[in-house]
Design a protein around this ligand. Sequence first.
Ligand SMILES: Nc1ncnc2c1ncn2[C@@H]1O[C@H](COP(=O)(O)OP(=O)(O)OP(=O)(O)O)[C@@H](O)[C@H]1O
Length: 591
Amino acid sequence: MLFTVGWIRGSDWSRRDSMDNRFRQRLFYSLKTDPLAMFLLAIVVVIIVMSIGGAWFSSYDPVKVDYKQALLPPSGDHWLGTDNFGRDVLSRLMHGGVASLGASIMAVTLIISLSLIIGLAAGYFGGWVDMVLTRLMDVLFSFPQLVLAIALASLMGPGLSSLMIAVAAVSWPSFARIFRSYVLTVRNEGYVQAAKASGIPAWKIIGTHVLGSIVGPILVLVTLDIGSIILSIASMSFLGLGIRPPQPEWGAMLNEGRAYIEEAPWLFLAPGLTIFLIVLGTNYLGDTLKDALEPRSLNMPRLFRSRRKRQRNESYKNSTQLLEVEGLFVAAVEGKQNTAKPILEDIRLELHPGECLGLVGESGSGKSTLALALMGLLRSPLEQTKGTIRLQGADTKDWEWSDWRKVRGSRIAYITQDPMDSLNPVLTIGEQLRECLTAHKKVGLNKAALKEQVVKLLEQTGLPKETYQQYPHQLSGGMRQRVVIAMAMINEPQIIVADEPTTALDVSTQARIMELLADLQKERKVAMIFVTHDLRLVAQIADRICVMKKGRIVEQGDVRSVFTDPSEAYTRQLLQAIPSLRIPSHIRKIT
Ligand SMILES: Nc1ncnc2c1ncn2[C@@H]1O[C@H](COP(=O)(O)OP(=O)(O)OP(=O)(O)O)[C@@H](O)[C@H]1O
């Protein structure tokens, strides 16, 4: 437990807006909806305030000996009793808090500063700098940390400063290794490459682009691990390496109380419980902070989170429409005043079994936002402000993440624009498809049966069975998109939302993927929402069409009538914008 470092997914942190207003709102929401977090926050605040204000709150001298008052049990005069020297335990606890918490905060500051400098340098510069620094970390890792810290503290002599230095000296490598891995991820991001290409000096790139992206995880690590640092300081003080007596410190008080555990248990319990509560509080609050930085987890059920009783409509009916959207409004809620910028307005559409609905419109018209809303994947600051989305008759208004999780993949599946976004580079295609399958069908399938099912589907999507063993980077763009289509089809959903599935492909691959989608859709009688800005693709695949402009559906109808007799000027403009295949005369002459 000593000197451990919390684990956080690196990719989730590379967001520049992690400390903005939205983060504060999410943090406030997390605290508000989690009574245990509020309770522990209150306890942590009380302990800190009592420690800082010990001199004002307590009328007893924490070091003055009075044998006549020795070992008095808790009473109105001495709320937590007295120790073997007749000193008030509460007063010692409050004064000891300054030493314990102060030393822990100083140690964390030292650890973070050191590990940041080393982690940033190793991750950003790579090469020999990285090699030397990581070898140094490896050497330090090869020693048992507590033993090394005790040895260092003993060498420096007892006292809080040597304790802090010893704890920092053995703890920084775990943090530096995590920071290095964040930096390795961020270093290859497009914006860092762009900054390098613009000739910005390395120190400036590290200070703004790299550090700015990892400030979130640093904060969470600090909150999560301050508890274990407090414990380390207390444990070493307990061993007599900390503050010199008679000055109070929690770990030292615990050690002193040990001898009287039967006679005067309050001597042991008071510092023990204080350490327990502060460690529990900081750990739990660190977790809450992590949730606030990771908005997806807010929708997930959490221990002790108060849940409003909701009337959830999960009953799927034999509705004639698979999907019905009525008066849907989506807005981007941002800023201190929570101003709502409308993104989608009064969207009404329906999807019948087996049909293909084309969703077209210029860039920024709201197609992808609508597709995400249909999957329950809207993320802050985007919010559904009004309207209903009914999935096979079930109203999704009050659905939580877990409700959506059950239907995603099994009833409604999603195909993204860029197949690389959907595929994990370190897992084989077979593993990824098996994972999708087992997410919804947990019983009755052994590994061989799963493989057989996956290989069959790969072949149906025009991929050789060897693809099962291959990694995404070993496939062409078209093959990857076929895998993503197989992934969407694997649990036989009734609806597929395909968001510009051919955008990242060349024209001939695009045509083959379109054929595959059309064939699978007809064979499996799946209904599809096909999002695109390319009207030619819609003409090829869709039965009906919705034309979007500035967040609204401006025209809706069957493909033939919209193409031959558009009622909206905007649709006419889109149709006129379809490029013709006429070859310019000067090129014709050459050819
Ligand atoms: N997270 C967000 N925060 C604020 N505004 C957003 C966010 N996501 C999208 N928008 C805005 O919503 C509008 C619609 O964007 P959307 O991506 O849905 O358009 P689109 O039609 O899919 O465009 P494209 O074809 O280029 O992908 C845009 O004006 C965009 O700026």
